[in-house]
Design a protein around this ligand. Structure first.
Ligand code: K7E
Ligand code: CUA
Length: 649
């Protein structure tokens, strides 16, 4: 804007010069965010096998946060503190690790709204909600009757639901059967989870589907509002050597679910209640006591498609499709095809017409299979090899990643032709455009995330960070701007203008609102309480000391709970807490919050503890001692800071 205005007041000769430099702005200028300036977008990249979610600024590519979700995180005590441990509970016990694939921002009217971001866990099927006021995980729901929760966590346009699909079919309900009985015993489920209220995630229903692998999903919008689409592969139902046995058929299916119809069937009682067990973990009061709780759920509602006509159709799709992506208008459904040489595009309106006309070529378990020719909008000719995933720029173009040929293609999808292509280095998986799977993409940038890094960074031994590559897509041709080092293996990502998130972020937790049962709101209230062999230490931190910082009377055999309240009320002043020999992690306590670390000292002695976060010029002085006496010793509890020791009552 500013540049244009300037053009009006300078000479014609300079106009030509300026205009051309404006167009030729170098990649370095396009990604340079000067010190002290902020990025335009938040980008959220899944961590893959790191189990976390990484937050980057775009266009700079600066890593600005790692949000622990499904893996413990010693850096801040996530999964180690008593307050956060319940988040990682499952029907298989406490699980310290997960595999995250697909983050998805909450939406209002099909547009990301910056309230929450959801992400799936593939290995022990779960979904999580991250609050974007605090950038922390506040809720995790386990998904029963599932194996490999991959087609997840995609949202419907008003975050009515997030959806989930089984990558690995399993016996449902689980039972001890020969693996070779796959075809008769194994099934998949497509799950709809109520997600519009924090702390209230709930499985609304599951749809029982044939035993295929359900890979990816996206939900419809606009005219296709009320529908979600899932790719499947292994319709051959192989249970061994899938690389050959699951690649026999020319076409697999996209499962098209009418979730409005499913809601009717639930209302009409056309479902089964299945006994099962799964965990719902959440923080009921994220600005109060901030303590996570676990609830065990015992049943789910299951819809069987042949008993709920119209809930599910199969769309034949070539060949072992991977991604399924719905364009901003909601009409075009683009599938990947890992082994396909064309890029198939289905038409939603043609699908509806085919359903009306009963234009079926067969059925499986009462699920009609639509005629491919009747639903196909077109097949983009000569796209590339191994098309996987597609995002949209909102200007009529689709960008598809091609794994085998390591490139991104730009497709004018209404005209069904490739208009640009750019190499990626190397073996690209997902790609991401800000808002690129929503009804109103912001466009501007494209971030393909590659599986192989090779020569992009100075070597770091056998393992290299994955590389994401930022492209400018505002012009006619894609322009590579920069390489970004990624944590773990990002699969999918999301991005949103910072202006939709930053103003809502919290700077502190108000000490006033902290109603943790072991909160200590002032140094005067600090104390040590023994209850049998459990010792509760009510401790405060403030620059630059702990209260109490000397504690005696602990004995071998005790379980010691350090309940540490950070009584600071300033932004960005956490204190850390670590004690010698503790078998867990540190605590990193935000202003106004209480966190609890459990310690079981094993040997008599005097144990130092200290603040781990360099919080002031006197941070190195922020330390203390705990005296541990032998089991049965007659040492009484005493504690204090800088004064006479108090005695516990
Ligand atoms: Cu293609 Cu898990 Cu979405 Cu990896 S998935 S790339
Ligand atoms: Cu508190 Cu360092």
């Amino acid at each position: 804007m500013r540049r244009k205005w300037r053009l009006g007041v300078i000479s014609a000769c300079a106009v030509g010069f300026l205009a051309s430099t404006a167009h030729a702005q170098s990649p370095a200028e396009k990604v340079y965010v000067p010190p002290g300036k902020h990025d335009e977008f938040y980008a959220f990249l899944s961590g893959g096998f790191s189990g976390q979610l990484s937050v980057y600024g775009l266009p700079s590519g600066r890593l600005i946060k790692v949000i622990p979700v499904f893996s413990v995180y010693p850096e801040n005590g996530y999964g180690y503190s008593e307050e956060t441990k319940p988040l990682l509970m499952t029907s298989h016990g406490f699980i310290p690790w997960g595999d995250t694939h697909h983050p998805e921002l909450s939406q209002t009217n099909g547009v990301p709204d910056g309230r929450w971001i959801f992400i799936n866990e593939n290995n022990t099927p779960r979904v999580a909600r991250i609050d974007l006021r605090t950038f922390e995980t506040i809720e995790i729901l386990e998904i029963p009757n599932s194996g490999g929760n991959h087609a997840s966590a995609f949202v419907t346009p008003n975050t009515e639901y997030i959806t989930a699909g089984t990558r690995f079919s399993v016996p449902i309900p689980q039972k001890d059967v020969p693996i070779a009985s796959y075809a008769e015993n194994f099934k998949g489920t497509l799950t709809f989870i109520r997600a519009d209220k924090p702390g209230k995630m709930e499985i609304a229903f599951q749809i029982l589907v044939p035993g295929y692998d359900y890979d990816l999903a996206h939900c419809g919008k606009g005219p296709s509002y009320g529908w979600c689409f899932y790719t499947s592969y292994n319709t051959e139902q192989a249970h061994t050597l899938l690389e050959i046995n699951a690649s026999q058929k020319d076409k697999d299916y996209i499962a098209a679910v009418n979730w409005k119809r499913a809601e009717q069937c639930i209302a009409e009682g056309k479902y089964h209640v299945m006994k099962t067990e799964y965990y719902h973990n959440y923080i009921p009061d994220p600005e109060g006591d901030r303590i996570a709780v676990s609830e065990v759920k015992k049943e789910v509602k299951v819809i069987i498609p042949k008993e709920c006509k119209g809930v599910l159709y199969f769309l034949p799709t070539p060949k072992s499709p991977h991604g399924v992506d719905v364009d901003p208008s909601g009409e075009y459904i683009i599938a990947g095809g890992k082994l396909s040489t064309v890029l198939p595009i289905h038409s939603f309106s043609k699908m509806i017409k085919a359903i009306k006309n009963k234009d079926f070529v067969g059925e499986v378990d009462g699920i009609p299979i639509l005629r491919y020719e009747s639903i196909s909008y077109c097949e983009v000719p000569n796209p590339c090899l191994g098309p996987l995933h597609t995002e949209f720029d909102g200007k009529g173009y689709a960008y598809t990643s091609c794994f085998i040929t390591s490139e991104v293609i730009k497709v004018d999808y209404k005209k069904c032709k490739v208009v640009d292509r750019a190499p990626t280095y190397y073996a690209v998986g997902h790609l991401m455009i800000p808002g690129g799977d929503s009804a109103k993409p912001w466009g501007k940038y494209l971030l393909p995330m590659n599986k192989i890094t090779k020569d992009r960074f100075i070597p770091t031994g056998p393992e290299l960070f994955h590389v994401g590559q930022l492209y400018d897509i505002s012009g006619g041709k894609m322009q590579l701007l920069s390489d970004i080092a990624e944590i773990g293996e990002p699969h999918y990502a999301q991005a949103i203008p910072a202006s939709l998130v930053a103003p809502n972020t919290l700077k502190i937790f108000e000490l006033e609102k902290n109603d943790h049962p072991y909160v200590t709101k002032s140094e005067e209230e600090a104390k040590v309480v023994r209850k049998g062999n459990k010792v509760h230490i009510y401790m405060t931190t403030i620059r630059s000391h702990f209260t109490p910082d000397n504690i005696e009377g602990i004995k071998v055999g005790d379980t010691v709970y350090f309940h540490v309240t950070n009584i600071e009320q300033d932004w960005d002043v956490p204190h850390g807490f670590a004690i010698y020999g503790a078998e867990n992690a540190e605590l990193l306590i935000m202003p106004g919050e209480t966190k609890t670390l459990v310690w079981k000292p094993k040997k008599p002695g005097v144990y130092p503890f200290y603040c781990t976060d360099f919080c002031s010029a006197l941070h190195q002085e922020m330390q203390g001692y705990v005296r541990v006496s032998p089991k049965g010793a007659k040492v009484t509890i005493k504690y204090g800071t800088g004064e006479e020791m108090k005695t516990a009552k």
